[in-house]
Design a protein around this ligand. Structure first.
Ligand code: FE2
Ligand code: FE2
Length: 135
């Protein structure tokens, strides 16, 4: 079952590299959702690790473009990334220590974060980067 579906209308930033990365994040999140549903804890751990690693890589890719082109909204945007990464690393550590579980609520939290961040924060860099020739 899909937790989240990428549509151009809702999620396109008009920067193709980042649009592709967002679609890969959604794919990995849906895979994690399936493993949570299956109750296979080892699979949940693997899928959680894969999602977190990819999200961190994606944030670094966005921030590299911000730095390269002098995007003025970088500090607030990066603060949102850093906050999610801190939350994710804490959960990852606790999960692997057997001190926390990944549940449907966890998946819903990530869906909510992405559904807010991409349309309301990521989309703002589209026109700026397009202007710099990044499409
Ligand atoms: Fe993003
Ligand atoms: Fe972002």
């Amino acid at each position: 079952m899909s937790l989240i579906t990428w549509t151009k209308e809702q999620f396109a930033t008009n920067v193709s590299a980042h649009d592709q990365e967002h679609q890969e994040i959604f794919r990995l999140l849906n895979v994690l959702g399936d493993s949570v549903g299956s109750g296979d804890r080892a699979a949940v751990g693997r899928d959680l690790d894969a999602l977190i690693a990819y999200v961190a890589q994606h944030f670094a890719a966005e921030e590299a473009n911000f730095e390269k082109y002098g995007y003025p909204a970088t500090p607030g945007h990066k603060a949102e990334h850093d906050k999610l990464v801190a939350t994710a690393l804490d959960l990852q550590k606790k999960f692997h220590a057997g001190e926390a579980e990944v549940t449907g609520d966890t998946a819903a939290f990530i869906v909510g974060w992405l559904t807010n961040h991409i349309p309301n924060v990521d989309k703002l860099y589209g026109p700026f980067l397009n202007e710099k020739g990044v499409a």
